[in-house]
Ligand binder design. Structure first.
Ligand code: ATP
Length: 347
């Protein structure tokens, strides 16, 4: 059983400023964990440290209960899949998948059988004799995954594996990777800056920012109870609105806190009712419309079903559902549990 324990991991590249400031995480065996965060937050560095491609001088990395700080990458029971996968153009799919097994001392017949097993799992069996040049982008990416899977490692590490694919393929590969994870039953740590990948694939999401782990929890918990203002604003599309409680008519709690309202927590009302607003931009997103509305409390982004805005005037009323508002300490940005959460947590 190959869980991963990260204890107080710190990293400073030679001559640079610290990029990880003490990250601790307990990843369970067979768990699918997505590390997500904006560019430069340190997520690739953390993954590369787990892989052994970057040194770890401060803190401890344990894989399967064994400290691996001093263990070479090839002896860590991991397989890594990068964004820029390299396939050998002169080799067939079968040979590309089997590549690497020879170095590990596997006999030819066993290598071929293993490659064919993996190809079946990835629906690549019709292409075993083709060369990469005759495959689509998604198929090539699957071959790269196949090469890593052929290793039969306890841990798979993936760094933005889908970022070179077009949107339709990304959506398809998301569900394939998730299904694959279930079949293979290995521990999977996946790095991305894409919140949709994080929320849709992970058992648990680790949100990073500025070299700190901000929150590590299930996608639903992170979306419903973001630990701080950064997490709240980073996950969710369109992003959450933030406003000062003191500016919001009808708010009955502390007035010096920041309220977070997701765009679907604000309903539209006819002009003259609720909070007065002026629509400055309306974007059709399919069945919904995203409205950018200027109010005395600041600019608010609101999503509404398209039919509900037909014939709408430029001036509107807004009715924020303050009972569902997220509440943050304005000074620290930390979440303050609203009263209904505190009550339900106690019972
Ligand atoms: N080899 C290196 N030497 C010096 N600094 C580095 C090195 N690799 C990364 N950094 C710096 O460390 C910080 C974190 O980089 P890292 O690649 O881990 O971030 P990231 O969150 O994965 O970003 P991205 O999504 O852009 O890849 C950045 O400021 C980066 O410039």
């Amino acid at each position: 059983m190959t869980g991963i324990t990260l204890s107080d991991i710190r990293k400073t590249y030679a001559g640079g400023a610290p990029v990880l400031h003490g990250v601790s995480m307990d990843i369970r065996a067979e768990e699918f964990v997505v590390i997500v965060g904006p560019s430069g937050c340190g997520k690739s560095t953390l993954l590369r440290m787990i892989a052994g491609l970057e040194t770890c001088e401060e803190g401890e990395i344990a894989i399967g209960g064994r400290r691996v700080n001093e263990v070479a990458p090839r002896d860590r029971d991991i397989a890594m899949i990068f964004q820029n996968y390299a396939l050998y153009p002169h080799m067939t799919v079968r040979e590309n998948i089997a590549f690497g097994l020879e170095l590990r001392g596997m006999k030819r017949a066993a290598r071929t059988a293993r490659a064919e097993d993996v190809a079946r799992m990835l629906h690549l069996d019709p292409y075993l004799d083709r060369k990469p040049g005759a495959l689509s982008g998604g198929q090539r990416q699957r071959v790269a995954m196949g090469r890593a899977m052929a290793r039969d490692a306890g841990v798979f590490l993936m760094d933005e594996p889908l970022s070179n694919l077009d949107n339709a393929l990304r959506v398809e590969m998301r569900s394939e990777i998730k299904a694959l994870h279930r079949t293979v039953g290995a521990t999977l740590v996946y790095v991305t800056h894409d919140q949709t990948e994080a929320l849709s694939m992970a058992d648990r999401v680790a949100v990073m920012h500025g070299g700190y782990l901000q929150q590590f929890d299930t996608p639903a918990a992170i979306y419903d109870r973001p630990a701080n203002r950064f997490v709240a604003g980073f996950l969710g599309q369109p992003p959450m609105n933030f406003l000062l409680a003191g500016d919001m008519p009808g708010w009955r709690g502390a007035r010096d806190v920041t309220l977070g309202l997701r765009p679907d927590m604000i309903a539209l009302a006819p002009a003259g009712q609720g909070l007065p607003g002026r629509v400055i931009l309306s974007e059709m997103t399919g069945s919904d419309v995203t409205l950018h509305v200027d109010t005395d409390a600041g600019r608010l982004v609101v999503t509404a079903p398209r039919h509900s805005v037909e014939g709408m005037e430029e001036t509107v009323g807004l009715r924020p559902d303050l009972s569902r508002a997220h509440v943050f300490d304005s000074a620290t940005g930390q979440r303050i549990a609203p009263r209904h959460e505190t009550v339900s947590m106690m019972t």
